[in-house]
Design a protein. Sequence first.
Length: 124
Amino acid sequence: MSRIPLVILLILCASTVSFAQSKKKPKKVQSAQQPSSLTPYFPAEDYEPEKKGKTKKSKSRKVSRNAMEEHEDRMREVVKAHRKAEKEMLKPQYSDFTYFGHKRKPKKHKPGKMKFCKECEIWH
């Protein structure tokens, strides 16, 4: 009968050892000088943009007549270039898929007379 208290004592010792190992250690408090993902090296105050004083704006915002005319001329040239490009795209060389990179539509030859085209890398 002396074995029962010995078994109980062993069970209690084993459980205390297992509980002692499973306890979490208290976290170390990090000092403010060491950077981490939670507290980066630069404090939040450094990320704010500097406030600048009000600057004086010139009261006269008039655009010269010459500058306005130059701007209008440039806009007209841009519109003209777009229209020219649209007309160019209407040509069959660009709008017809059978041209496929050729200036003139390639001829379809008989299978024995076909040639390899370096431009589109197709036999025709």
